[in-house]
Design a protein around this ligand. Structure first.
Ligand code: FES
Ligand code: FES
Length: 162
């Protein structure tokens, strides 16, 4: 088998530019987890079936396991580490904690980032719109109800109703 060609690329992640040399077949998820230690982005199926690897790319929620790292050049990538800090949680992070919307937590970063993409384009979604927006991220633990409630509550906070 031919060895993979390596590429030196620059990726903008959470506002910082990182230069990395990688094989051309590395995914964005490979770079985040294995090169930059941004392990908040999860990986389960590794083929676009579960959503645990979801990140934002130019504000759109995408599966980082299904995007080559070279394709993410020139884009603005946000991972869960870029959303808030332990001193200053994003309203979605706070709401997930207060609503007990995480059990094992494997789906949680993807859920929160898909919810962020939704609330950025639609600050006042209906419950059905929340369910639709999160339908690309699977949760095996919670039964989804607490997650949906957490997103609706974060929306209220972000609209200044709480
Ligand atoms: S790990 Fe990417 S969709 Fe499952
Ligand atoms: S909390 Fe375990 S998969 Fe969602």
């Amino acid at each position: 088998m031919e060895p993979e060609e390596s590429h030196k690329i620059a990726l903008k992640i959470n506002g910082h530019v990182h230069s990395v040399e990688i094989d051309s077949n590395w995914t964005l998820n490979d770079v985040l987890r294995n090169r930059l230690d941004l392990t908040g982005t999860k990986r389960a199926c590794d083929y676009g079936g579960c959503g645990s690897c979801t990140v934002l790319m130019d504000g759109v929620d995408v599966y980082s396991c299904s995007i080559l790292a070279v394709e993410a050049q020139g884009k603005d990538v946000t991972t869960i580490e870029g959303l808030g800090s332990s001193e200053s949680l994003h309203p979605l992070q706070k709401s997930f904690a207060l609503s007990y919307a995480a059990q094992c937590g494997w789906c949680t970063p993807g859920m929160i980032l898909s919810a962020k993409a939704l609330l950025d384009r639609n600050p006042n979604p209906t419950e059905a719109e929340v369910r639709m927006a999160l339908s690309g991220v699977l949760c095996r633990c919670t039964g989804y109800t607490s997650i949906i409630q957490a997103v609706l509550e974060a929306g209220r906070v972000m609209r200044g109703e709480r």
